[in-house]
Design a protein around this ligand. Sequence first.
Ligand code: AMP
Ligand code: ZN
Length: 457
Amino acid sequence: MALRLFDSLSRELRELKPSHPDGIFRFYNCGPTVYAPAHIGNFRTFIINDVIRRLLELELGPAHVRHVRNLTDVDDKTIKRAQEEGRSLAEVTRQWTDKFHADCAALNCLPPHVEPAATAHIREQIDMIACLVEKGNAYRAADGSVYFKVSSFDDYGRLSRVKERQLDPGTSLAGKPQAADADEKEDASDFALWKAHKPDDGENAWASPWGRGRPGWHIECSAMSKKHLGDTIDLHTGGEDLLFPHHENEIAQSECCNGVPFARHWYHSKHLLVNGAKMSKSLGNLYTLDDLVAKGFSPMAIRYALLMGHPRKQLNFTLDSLHAAERALATLRAYRATLPATGITENVFAPVQAALDDDLNTPAALGALFTIVNRRELQADAGSFDRVMTALGLKLDAPVATKSEIPTAILALAEKRWAAKLAKDYATADALRKELTAAGWSMLDRKDGYSLEPSKQ
Ligand code: AMP
Ligand code: ZN
């Protein structure tokens, strides 16, 4: 395949290939915890994964890609939210699952082929834990919880190199010590596979060979990927925070139970930041899709803005980037309208595809796209342009921004100036810039569009 991605395990760029004789590429992407609206940091990760899915399908054909993304619908956070609201866990997680689906659709993310929920796979999780207990990789503690014995798996730490890190005193291999269950574990590094029922869990408990309780978080992905994709998968992905301990623990569980390699390729995208800090529910520095739509931005501009940074570099989110994205989309819409339906044989967009195939370099792909758009002498047809839009998941007929914080007269001046610049009429462009400056706005030109900001005094 042409598509190469950085592999977090081997730490090199590797070609993605289906490894099973049926030629079907097995792709598992860790999904959302459904207790609140996902924020656009979460969506950065899901959109990046959506582009991977689209590139795989374009290359292998849609029938040769199987994409599984789970729903975490039972854990401390979901249970706490249900109890705070006096509602059942199922009611709360259904509400936020529906909202997640609506946001994914607005952002043009393809639905996964299978979307397994943890509470619908309790049997599979219990079976896997039983397998680990039987093989000596897990043990039941006095309270009825079951823990994975990290020392039983020599390869533990291969993904995160955690054993090579300088650990702070009091910190275990599995991260920060957890006071609540520290007494029950044989070793501080061990992690929970099954959590014995506690009064705080309310009704949210299931029967198991070890007593009533609920699964730990890590086991759901091992059990559900086994059920829906088999013992060895071709690609496993998630945001950078999942690399350790979640994915390290998934490898330990799956490889000890199944006795074969778990994932042939690991890919982790980096976080979206706000003022240098990770956008997160716990820090409260987040924007949801609805927050940004209420400010007048279109979901497609949000998708575009989230693709403007390299997926393996952290991206600082600014509202300014959304203005630039709206303008870029307007330029693409206008360009599309000038193209003949078919008839051009040379694929002028090959550099865009090449950038995507080279470790999903989305900013380089957008840069290459605008180089072509701005060079009007390059002949393209709508069919080949649409294929590029499909790969990036950019829907140009999606709703445009409904309102803007920039006055329409200023936007009109800026549009005129941008058109003059594209036409290389620099005298007009300079005159229009002066008009904008006089009106208190500065226009910043970029490769793929422009942004407008109130001038600094
Ligand atoms: P969660 O709903 O917290 O389980 O997270 C769902 C996905 O979003 C995971 O793949 C996380 O790694 C990812 N994620 C969480 N915060 C951010 C962020 N600020 N930027 C990008 N991805 C994130
Ligand atoms: Zn997972």
